[in-house]
Design a protein around this ligand. Structure first.
Ligand code: ASP
Ligand code: MG
Length: 423
């Protein structure tokens, strides 16, 4: 029997805040975990704070101190996961299974000291190994770690995903299951495109692009981690038993259907800024974007063109998150003064629509097809950017949903995957 034990698959199961938002859901999750164990798996569970707990704690802190120090914020926010992990272990125990709850200081999760967005540097899995060997279901608080001075840190919003993948890496888990309130990754947002299909398998690189293009299913860093260590991720619903979407390493042999475009995404939280009539001399872009970088404003798409108005002048257009628009414009005012030239125009009425798929690498004409179907829908393209596996267009925000529907149809993403011969 003990020989068999080592061969039982090790599964890391991560449950998001909505999956444990109240006692009933918590009990439901406990039963899911117990079923998984009784199917013959060893289980390590990572849990987020219940429901909106993290937001509530942040609101609470702001009522006490308008600018609370990050160190104390981390201690405060980590309490949410401490509560949910303890309660979830109790829920499992109430059903008669062995479980034990842990928070960061017990888990050997070491991070750097960048409070509120710490990075994991090392995990000592000894304690967890021992717990699983003893037949316990280990229920771990996500989102938190311990820095070199033994201060509690947190990993950034949504950081429990990263905890789960990092533990899966440290424990050499067979799979990391991410339970959430949707059925998986879709070819487009099903609220916008009724024909959208659940994707059975998607590659890490595609998922990384999607995650940064507005498909907010998993924290980006957790996918990077999973890719680096090749931990397959299974994103699925905590509310039903359906298989979800597998996020996996790109396969050498095309065993699966390889669509040219895997999914369409829209990011409506974008704004466009155009600096016009800038002097066409070295160092202008450096000053412009240097100023924004100093203020921690992320710039996405950048297009420079010679001014239509005057020889020797340039226009530079770029996008930022719409929440950063005001700050960005303010920050650029002194920069323009310094350059003694140019002015700023901006628009909040923009969205970025993107198509993603590794199949683009080996197919010509994908971008052209995208532009054609946007044109047919009367959608004006303001900016374009491409990578090896994606094409993004900045368009008017009011046209975003229609554009996504058109692209979804043009690339036939609603079509059922072909059934393998003999199946
Ligand atoms: N509770 C944290 C948050 O809301 C971490 C997480 O949910 O993954 O951001
Ligand atoms: Mg959360």
């Amino acid at each position: 029997v003990s020989g068999d034990r080592e061969h039982r698959p090790l599964v890391v199961m991560k449950f998001g805040g909505s999956s444990v938002a109240n006692p009933d859901r918590m009990k439901n999750v406990a039963r899911r975990i117990i079923d998984k164990k009784r199917e013959g798996n060893r289980c390590v569970v990572v849990v987020s704070a219940m429901g909106d707990t993290t937001d509530d704690l942040i609101d609470l802190s702001k009522k006490i101190n308008a600018d609370p120090p990050d160190r104390e914020m981390d201690l405060l926010m980590s309490a949410g996961e401490q509560i949910s992990s303890a309660l979830l272990a109790m829920a499992i125990q109430a059903e008669g299974e062995k479980a034990a709850a842990f928070f960061a200081p017990q888990l050997g999760i070491r991070t750097d000291s960048v409070h509120t967005k710490a990075r994991i540097v090392e995990i000592d899995g000894t304690r967890l190994q021992k717990e699983i060997t003893n037949g316990n279901i280990a229920v771990c608080a996500g989102f938190q770690g311990l820095d070199a001075s033994n201060d509690i840190t947190t990993l950034g919003r949504g950081g429990s995903d990263t905890t789960a993948v990092a533990l899966a890496v440290a424990l050499k888990a067979d799979v990391c299951e991410v339970y959430t309130d949707v059925d998986g990754i879709y070819t487009a947002d099903p609220r916008v495109v009724p024909e959208a299909r659940k994707i059975e398998r998607i590659y890490f690189d595609e998922m990384l692009e999607l995650a940064s293009l507005g498909a907010k299913v998993m924290m980006n860093r957790s996918i990077e981690f999973a890719k680096k260590y090749n931990i397959p991720l299974h994103v699925r619903s905590s509310l039903n038993g359906n298989a979800g979407s597998w996020i996996i390493e790109e396969e050498e042999t095309p065993m699966m259907e390889r669509p040219i475009v895997r999914a369409v995404a829209a990011d409506k939280d974008q704004a466009r800024i155009t600096a016009i009539d800038l002097p066409d001399v070295p160092g202008v872009a450096a000053k412009l974007f240097g100023g924004l970088a100093e203020s921690n404003i992320n710039v996405d798409m950048i297009v420079q063109s010679s001014s239509e108005h005057e020889i020797g002048k340039n226009d530079i257009a770029f996008t930022v998150a719409s929440t950063d628009l005001k700050r960005a414009v303010e920050r650029l005012k002194p920069v323009l003064k310094d350059l003694s030239g140019g002015s700023i125009v901006f628009s909040d009425d923009v969205a970025k629509v993107s198509i993603v798929g590794v199949g683009m690498r080996s197919h010509a004409g994908v971008a052209a097809k995208m532009f054609k179907s946007l044109a047919a829908a009367g959608v004006n393209i303001e900016m374009i950017s491409t990578s090896e596996i994606k094409v993004s267009c900045i368009i008017s925000r009011s046209k975003a949903d229609e554009a996504v529907r058109r692209l979804h149809a043009a690339f036939e993403l609603g079509r059922q995957a072909p059934v393998a011969a003999g199946a």
